[in-house]
Design a protein around this ligand. Sequence first.
Ligand SMILES: NC(=O)c1ccc[n+]([C@@H]2O[C@H](COP(=O)([O-])OP(=O)(O)OC[C@H]3O[C@@H](n4cnc5c(N)ncnc54)[C@H](OP(=O)(O)O)[C@@H]3O)[C@@H](O)[C@H]2O)c1
Length: 356
Amino acid sequence: MLACSMAIAFLGSTAVRTIQEMLLAAAAVLSLHALLFMWFFNRNGSSGFSSSSTAEEVTRGVDASGLTAIVTGASSGIGTETARVLALRGVHVIMGVRNMASGREVKDALVREIPAAKVDVMELDLSSLASVRKFASEFNSSGRPLNLLINNAGIMATPFMLSKDNIELQFATNHLGHFLLTNLLLDTMKKTARESDIEGRIVNVSSEFHRYPYPEGIRFDNINDQSGYKRFLAYGQSKLANVLHANELTRRFKEDRVEVTANSVHPGLIATNLFRHYSFLTGLVGLVGKYVIKNVQQGAATTCYVALHPKVKGMSGQYFADSSIAKASLQANDAELATKLWDFSLDLVRRGSTPS
Ligand SMILES: NC(=O)c1ccc[n+]([C@@H]2O[C@H](COP(=O)([O-])OP(=O)(O)OC[C@H]3O[C@@H](n4cnc5c(N)ncnc54)[C@H](OP(=O)(O)O)[C@@H]3O)[C@@H](O)[C@H]2O)c1
């Protein structure tokens, strides 16, 4: 009954206009069914944790003092909770945020709660390649080590917009900014791993939406095509890119015997500011919220588990959900697509502007 009313509310929404969007909405409803099932039965996954485990629970007993992490998008939602729990476990957290005032507010609240927390705030706008370069250059020249990179920041289903570098905004923010950031920080991560003898970990926060990109996966030939733009498919494209990016990093790390891992995660469905462009989704979340969605404490669990848990040591190129290994889509496991995305992204950041 509940699922039916959700489907009707969702499919009937005026925001769901095209057949493609209706199909996508239907798929999202099906995913919600799966979530509903998981929630009611609340099964523990292979890690022993479940969808209701919190970030504190999945990292209980982990002493991470001495580690340094960068968390992007730590000024809100899952990123804030990730920063809090990493700091609670002793990690020195650098919050990469585009809004310094809200970043400082989050830091102050965090330090009030955990007086021993080591937290810094640095400006980072992932939709600007210049800002990413500035952030990485300041971080690298600070001489700090870097053990953990949490590529968390994201936007969802925005109207068509271009980034400061004239690249479709969701692809630019969710994927390309993180792609460049990761590349620029890699030498520091590798050096830290070598000198500390502790593996570095990169966590890309993706989404189950990676299963619903454009049919071709990534629109290499028309990434900026406004006429064919579908905001949810563009979000799916960017989240597929997050998984492909982690997989391609893994392939390269293995080839070069680098002691750094890269994984991607689906955090779950959590009511955060991510839904700001979609009042109908907020309504849907409100309707089923208390039954299926996670709170931010649960929403940050998979990220924190993959970043800190000893059981994840040596694992790379995996997709996690509910703090356990899960199966990503066929497209996400396409190694050729991952390499093609790498070359395409490298070309974009080298040119630093509009794709031809
Ligand atoms: N919530 C969910 O149900 C859900 C499900 C699956 C995946 N995810 C993924 O989880 C991640 C975190 O999302 P959330 O739910 O916590 O949403 P959120 O509360 O909106 O947080 C997103 C964070 O990203 C930051 N951000 C956005 N654009 C940025 C930019 N250009 N440069 C730097 N930072 C930027 C935001 O900064 P401001 O505070 O300045 O806006 C905010 O701190 C995203 O990657 C999202 O795709 C979320």
